[in-house]
Design a protein around this ligand. Sequence first.
Ligand code: GLC
Length: 476
Amino acid sequence: MRVLFLAAEAVPFAKVGGLADVAGELPAALSSLGVEVRTVIPFHREIRDLQPRLERVVRLKIPTSSGTQLAELYEARLDNHKIYLIDGPAIQKATAVYDDPERDTEKFTFAAVAAMQCMQALDWRPDILHAHDWHASAAVVWLKYQRKRDEFWGRVSSLLTVHNLPYMGASARNVFDEYGLRMINDPLIPEWARDLPFPMGLSCADRISAVSPSYTREIQTPEFGSGLENLMRSRWQRLHGILNGIDVERWNPETDSTLPHTFGRKSLSFRKALKEHVQKKLKLPLDAHIPLISMVTRLDHQKGIDIGLAAMEKLEGPWQFVLLGAGNNELEAAAHQFSQRFKNRSSITLRFDTRLARLIFAGADMIMMPSRYEPCGLTQMIAMRYGCVPIAAATGGLRDTVMDIDQHKSGTGFTFEPAEVGPLKTALLRAISVYRDPRRWRGIQLRGMARDFSWETSALEYYKLYEISRAEVRSH
Ligand code: GLC
């Protein structure tokens, strides 16, 4: 089984959000099942700056309406799969992984179309094109038409995975025209979205998946469907929900060398010292008994930072609060203001810092995730593995991974809905009252740490889906 992954970002080369973890880690898990995976991402400037050792394997002129465009493909070999970087003028122009939506649409459309043609130049034909999010959607459209024209692609089927539906790209009319791609005119797509890459990809992908079962249901409703709910509903038989995993080796408190002390289920008491480390490092009063509540997140409207801050403001009784993350300027300003108001009990760090993130997972008592929507969410899984108890909105993947202790005997956290200040505050109060009962609290931590969030289960489900898709194409 050969599978071609197309994504905007993938660890270890480029990482902005959770998509990078999935595109970087899932191929390794699939390889263990015997799947031959090749991943292509754009040769972003930040990768170029790292000067990785790469080999150029293809140099190709891509036909366009006004001549040709030079595409170059570089190969890097990871443990058990290959990752390629696609390069060309449209990619070199960009300054960041994500930039202005219009320029991004040009860049990612080029990357998608060029990646397909480079694979053909290498004479490597996948059984499945596994495209991720709007960025890779042009390849799905390209394949739909190319299959009819070119025997090489005749039996290849497509799977488009939704990691974040509201991000659909900008109008692709011009750039599609440039690369000879036909527009998909699907009446189920609302007028305003007809020329956007993601809706077109979702309309013509052979199969669609979303990154958790709950999110898969939600995107078929007006509340979470971003206007594409009718399209999604019409495709329900081709729509699958597969929960993401995490790399349980990369995220392992027993071996995490960035921590001052490692710990596991049998040495949970070491977390006390780690909590002290967090307090010291973030200049908070040392106090073993005060609930230390954290947020580690991209500062994006989606993540409900404002809801979290407002709930903290209203929370009576002693608490400490730490926030780590960067992103949206307004949210950064709001967080900064909050820290000014609660000087002695909060600490806000406005940057990406994986080392500090790991220390927070290991030392904080709780992690808050008041996401307005959350296709899957990886942070709650990592936090649970580190004994940090999640307080999460019951939406998308959070609903599927955080079991509320009042609803499940084997509960691993606290959930609330809707994602609003009142319900969050109630959940925080519930959590703090259980926190006062150390034996019960320990039970929650231990159950979270014992949950299996490894990639194996997900990889097996993708494998089954690939098999179904392959059988379908054969029987055409
Ligand atoms: C996006 C989603 C997040 C998901 C990740 C990986 O970043 O917002 O919920 O975990 O993709 O699928």
